[in-house]
Design a protein around this ligand. Structure first.
Ligand code: UDP
Ligand code: MG
Length: 236
């Protein structure tokens, strides 16, 4: 894997606690599967972890599934929204509640492989404050989604001075300093992929291949995708 360097790191970094924030909306089947893959990865790493599940108003028993995990693993924390507020709001809540020296955000459907976590942490330890990931391909992405996604990033590139990584994923590691800056922003309809580039800091990209979802269907309906794109273009 050849990482994509964007800016040089400024300092060496060593932390002790790492938070993993995972927004989930109706992912009842994926929660235990994700945990089974996450656990052995975390076990091999010399850090203290907290895993924050943000339940974005699920109605399929997702919260109960998280609570079952909490009984067997004290590192698991849960935030529960009263209704479905959307992926970006759930990510934001995860960042606000995370206490780690670094925070990793990832999806709860196993499209973001836990096996990449050691690489993200390695880059952080080299001094990068943002370690983002670049999707190489998504096994189950429709032609429509690929096309609209391409179009969206083209509009973003032509309308914003801040670079927005095309085909970026909300799978990334942020240093505490970056999280503190994001938490200070008062934007409401957040477009995190853009804001993260906007706040600055040294960053590096790591490519990964997104697998097909393990269970359930995409929670990004066409309506939600359009809102996401509008928030990106209008508010950012
Ligand atoms: N998600 C969420 N709230 C929503 C929609 C999605 O918290 O309103 C979560 C979802 O459970 C998953 C992540 O955000 O963990 C990405 O969503 P999804 O996999 O549906 O998006 P896709 O991969 O299809 O773009
Ligand atoms: Mg997904």
């Amino acid at each position: 894997m050849t990482p994509i360097v964007k800016k040089k790191p400024s300092a060496q970094k060593k932390g002790q606690m790492i938070s993993i924030a995972i927004p989930v909306y109706n992912e009842v089947e994926n929660i235990p599967m994700l945990y089974d893959q996450l656990k052995p990865v975390l076990q091999k790493l010399p850090f203290v972890f907290e895993v924050i599940f943000v339940d974005d108003g699920s109605d399929d028993g997702t919260y109960a599934a998280i609570q079952r995990l909490q009984q067997q693993d004290r590192r698991i924390k849960a935030i529960s929204f009263s209704r479905n507020f959307g992926h970006q709001a759930a990510l934001t809540a995860g960042l606000q509640h995370a206490t780690g020296d670094a925070v990793i955000t990832m999806d709860g459907d196993l499209q973001h492989p836990p096996s990449l976590i050691p690489t993200l942490i390695e880059k952080w330890q080299e001094g990068y404050q943002i370690v983002f990931t670049v999707r190489e391909s998504t096994a189950d992405e429709s032609f429509f989604k690929k096309l609209t996604s391409k179009l969206f990033y083209r509009i973003m590139a032509s309308s914003s001075k801040t670079p927005v990584q095309p085909f970026g994923a909300d799978f990334r590691l942020l240093d505490r300093k970056v999280v503190a800056n994001l938490n200070r922003l008062e934007e409401h309809d957040r477009f995190l992929r853009g804001l993260i580039g906007w706040v600055g800091f040294s960053s590096i990209g790591v490519p990964f291949t997104a697998e097909a979802r393990t269970a359930g269907t995409s929670k990004y309906s066409t309506r939600k995708m359009i809102k996401f794109a509008f928030d990106g273009i209008l508010s950012f």
